[in-house]
Design a protein around this ligand. Structure first.
Ligand SMILES: C[S@@+](CC[C@H](N)C(=O)[O-])C[C@H]1O[C@@H](n2cnc3c(N)ncnc32)[C@H](O)[C@@H]1O
Length: 247
């Protein structure tokens, strides 16, 4: 029987093996777009995030989004990074974020199995962490976000997406499916884990279905396409009082 690529332990294996080269690979192979999209994701967080605010970075990886978050909201009190891959997080703290480690907590867990407390977050962010979930898992993630946000809490999430309808889409897919796996095989002598990330990305499509799931959980949601749909984002807020249908 073929492996379930959406099984949490399978995904953990992919990212544990990638962790050493993830930062450079993601920056270079996206031509710097991933950094720009992280900044845009933080830019989409609705105001205000007040001094001392606490929140989650889900599927935090190497914590690439934290500098953007702390630049826009310097008074954030604490960020709890949730990631299934300890390899990714260790790299984050060792190499990049030792000076801000006191503001970062880490939960090493499958986010969908974690018991994050109800109404515990002023904000939730997530960058490039949606693609390794299937539709049913997306539904559970949407419910988790709605449950964990405080009333009035805000969220923003972004993911690399399939730019359907863009005339350069064939070139984009060629880059994702042929060029990147070749770079990994030839230059990195890797185990084709970055190639798996390409597979997750094309399977994902875009974040429009996830936006509907967040809406169904009673959240206020804005959906945006960035750079011809090569990335899509959802951002919004949990109303102070949830609509009666979702209670
Ligand atoms: C593509 S990386 C994104 C990392 C980072 N947020 C960034 O901006 O580069 C996806 C991350 O999601 C994590 N992840 C995947 N499935 C997960 C799950 N079920 N629970 C928690 N983390 C998960 C992986 O370990 C990986 O670190």
């Amino acid at each position: 029987m073929s492996e379930d690529i959406y099984d949490a332990q399978f995904v953990k294996g992919v990212f544990d093996r990638c962790s050493g080269k993830y930062i450079a690979f993601s920056l270079i192979c996206s031509f710097g777009f991933t950094e720009r999209w992280r900044a845009q994701c933080v830019g989409m967080l609705p105001d205000p995030i007040t001094a001392g605010a606490r929140g989650y970075d889900l599927m935090a990886g190497t914590g690439e989004v934290w500098p953007h978050l702390l630049k826009r909201f310097p008074d954030v009190g604490a960020i709890t990074a949730v990631d299934i891959s300890s390899g990714m997080h260790q790299r984050a703290i060792e190499r990049l974020h030792a000076h801000r480690a006191h503001r970062i907590a880490f939960i090493e867990d499958d986010v969908l199995a974690s018991d994050l407390p109800d109404a515990s977050a002023d904000f939730v962010v997530s960058t490039f962490g949606l693609k390794t979930f299937n539709r049913d898992q997306h539904r559970r993630l949407a419910a988790l976000i709605a449950r964990c946000l405080k009333p009035g809490g805000v969220f923003s999430m972004i993911e690399a997406s399939d730019p359907k309808g863009w005339w350069l889409r064939p070139l984009y897919l060629f880059h994702l499916k042929i060029v990147l796996p070749t770079i990994e095989r030839v230059l990195l002598r890797g185990a084709q884990d970055f190639a798996m990330i390409g597979t997750y990305s094309t399977n994902f499509g875009d974040a429009s279905a996830f936006a509907e799931m967040l809406l169904a959980e009673g959240l206020e949601v804005k959906y945006r396409r960035l750079f011809f749909g090569c990335a899509t984002a959802v951002a919004g807020r949990k109303p102070e009082a949830l609509p009666a249908a979702t209670l």
